[in-house]
Design a protein around this ligand. Structure first.
Ligand code: SF4
Ligand code: FES
Length: 183
């Protein structure tokens, strides 16, 4: 016999079969997914989602197409984050540390809180591959980050690693952090 769980989608409670993914539950509840939905197979990174289980303090992140619903799960999709993607011509840049400092200075504002690694929906060691990038070890960086689906979850959880983060990182440290994102 089919079992049901209560999930809260955008603040409204729905009873849905417990074998559904979050994405499946949204459609079961009648939502038509026109944004935040792509491959449905964990590859495109379009369905980054946050949730909290009632009674738990922690906010969790996941891919909605890959994560099963749980009872008393409060779900919201991740909003657009205004990240900057630098453009450059591969033939015209030198593969060394200076180009990282020039194109991605925010990665040098890392305070080592490891929130990016803890949140990665693919289980990647994000802080480590960013450390490789900082040092100009691009081969190791590429190897460690190969399975990244660019869902943006790690960026959403790290105030020091955005283009505007240089300033916020001065007041944000693992010990002083009051962010609800902090584990
Ligand atoms: S490294 Fe960041 S963007 Fe890539 S899959 Fe992990 S959380 Fe998503
Ligand atoms: S829809 Fe593509 S990763 Fe979820």
């Amino acid at each position: 016999m089919e079992s049901f769980v209560d999930v809260f989608l955008f603040g409204k409670c729905y009873s849905v079969p417990d074998n559904l993914t979050i994405m499946g539950a949204m459609e079961y509840a009648g939502y038509q997914l026109v944004r935040g939905c792509g491959c449905r197979n964990g590859f495109c990174g379009a369905c980054a989602t946050i949730y909290r289980i009632r009674g738990d303090r922690e906010l969790k992140v996941c891919l909605a197409c890959q994560t099963k619903v749980e009872n008393n799960m409060y779900v919201a999709t991740l909003p657009f984050f205004p990240l900057i993607k630098e453009g450059f011509e591969l033939e015209k840049v030198s593969p060394d540390v200076s180009v990282m400092m020039q194109l991605y200075p925010e990665i040098y504002a890392c305070v080592g809180c490891n929130a990016c690694t803890k949140s990665c929906t693919q289980g990647l060691n994000v802080m480590q591959y960013i450390a490789y990038a900082q040092r100009g070890d691009f081969a190791k960086c590429a190897e460690e980050s190969f399975d990244c689906v660019m869902c943006g979850v790690c960026s959403s959880r790290t105030s020091g690693c955005r283009r505007s983060g240089t300033e916020s990182s001065r007041i944000c440290s693992p010990r002083s952090c009051r962010s609800p994102w902090r584990n």
